[in-house]
Design a protein around this ligand. Structure first.
Ligand code: MN
Length: 306
C-alpha cells in the first residue's frame, strides 16, 4: 500500500511526457538542423524537444514555434554557462555577462513557449581547477534568485541541474542542489536530476529522488556511457520506481551525445570523445520504447501495491 501523500494527488494518474535533447539529431539550431531534430523527435514518438539556448539569438522564435507546432512538440530550453559568463567566479564582468545571458535565454525560452529554463544555470559547465568559494556560491544564488523572479513574472520555472564533479564544482549531488534551492526559497526554482550524473555521484538511484520530492521539476535520463539506454550500468528500474513513489509526473528527457552531432563546443565540454552510436533515429526510437516500457512497469507496480 502506498501511503505517500502523492497517492491522493489528482495528478496521480496522469503520465510523464517523454522528451529528447535536440543534440541527439543535430547542432546548431539553424533551419535545416532544427527541422532534422523536430522530425526525428516526433517520428520516434517523443512529445518534448529540449532546445539548447546557449546563444539565445541564434534560435529564431517564430520559425521554431511553427516547427514545434507542425511536429506536435513542446519545447524545454536549457543551457550551461562557461568561463566568460561565470556567475560564481571572481570576475565581476563575467558575472554580469552571465546574468545577462541567463535573462536573454529566459526571454527566448518564453518566446518559444517553454515552461522551464534549466541546465547548469548556476555556474560554469565544465572542468574546474579548484573547489568553489563561499563567496562564489552566494553570488550565484543571488543571480539565480533574480532569474527565478524574472521567470515568475512570465509564469515560468527555473531548473538547477545537478551534474558530476567534472562538469561543476558547485552542485554534484541532489543534497547539494536541494540546499542551494531551499536557501534561495523561490517557489518556481526546481531541482533537475540526471541519471548519468547520479551514477557518478550518488549512492543509489532512489534516495535522491525521494529526498527531492516535490522540488524535483525536470529529469534527464542518460546511460552511464551516454549511449543506448539499457546497455550500461544504470538501474533505471529503481529510478523510475522512485519517480513514481515521489509522485513525479513532469517531463523525462533522454540525453545522449555523439561527437559528430553534438558540435565541437558541447562535445569538448562534456568530454564526448568516442562514438557510442551512429544512427540517431535508431537510438531515438530505441530510447522511446525503452522509456515507455519503464513508465508502464513503474506505474503498474505502484497500482498493484495500492
Ligand atoms: Mn543532463
Amino acid at each position: 500500500m502506498n501511503l505517500l501523500p502523492s497517492a491522493c494527488s489528482p495528478e496521480r494518474h496522469t503520465r510523464s511526457k517523454l522528451g529528447i535533447h535536440a543534440a541527439v539529431f543535430a547542432r546548431p539550431w539553424a533551419p535545416a538542423e532544427a527541422e532534422r531534430a523536430a522530425r526525428g523527435a516526433s517520428r520516434a514518438g517523443f512529445e518534448i524537444l529540449e532546445i539548447p539556448v546557449l546563444v539565445p539569438e541564434s534560435v529564431d522564435s517564430a520559425s521554431t514555434r511553427e516547427l514545434l507546432e507542425q511536429h506536435g512538440l513542446e519545447p524545454v530550453c536549457s543551457l550551461g554557462l562557461d568561463e566568460s559568463s561565470d556567475i560564481a567566479g571572481p570576475d565581476p564582468e563575467a558575472a554580469a555577462r552571465g546574468e545577462d545571458l541567463l535573462l536573454r535565454a529566459l526571454e527566448k525560452a518564453h518566446e518559444l513557449g517553454s515552461p522551464l529554463l534549466t541546465g547548469v544555470t548556476y555556474g560554469v559547465l565544465g572542468r574546474h581547477a579548484g573547489p568553489p568559494t563561499a563567496h562564489g556560491r552566494a553570488a550565484a544564488q543571488r543571480v539565480v534568485a533574480r532569474l527565478a523572479a524574472a521567470a515568475a513574472d512570465k509564469r515560468m520555472r527555473v531548473g538547477v541541474e545537478v551534474v558530476n564533479r567534472y562538469e561543476s564544482n558547485l552542485l554534484n549531488t541532489a543534497e547539494q542542489g536541494i540546499a542551494f534551492i531551499d536557501e534561495i526559497g523561490a517557489d518556481n526554482l526546481v531541482l533537475h536530476l540526471d541519471t548519468y550524473h547520479m551514477n557518478i555521484e550518488e549512492s543509489d538511484f532512489s534516495i535522491p529522488v525521494l529526498a527531492a520530492g516535490e522540488r524535483l521539476g525536470y529529469v534527464h535520463v542518460g546511460e552511464s556511457h551516454r549511449g543506448y539506454l539499457g546497455t550500461g550500468t544504470i538501474d533505471f528500474t529503481a529510478f523510475f520506481r522512485a519517480l513514481d513513489q515521489a509522485g513525479y509526473r513532469g517531463a523525462i528527457t533522454f540525453e545522449s551525445f555523439s561527437p559528430g552531432l553534438a558540435g565541437e563546443h558541447l562535445s569538448c565540454r562534456l568530454a564526448i570523445w568516442r562514438e557510442t552510436w551512429r544512427d540517431a533515429d535508431d537510438l531515438a526510437r530505441h530510447a522511446h520504447r525503452y522509456l515507455a516500457d519503464l513508465l508502464d512497469s513503474a506505474y503498474a507496480s505502484s497500482t498493484d501495491s495500492e
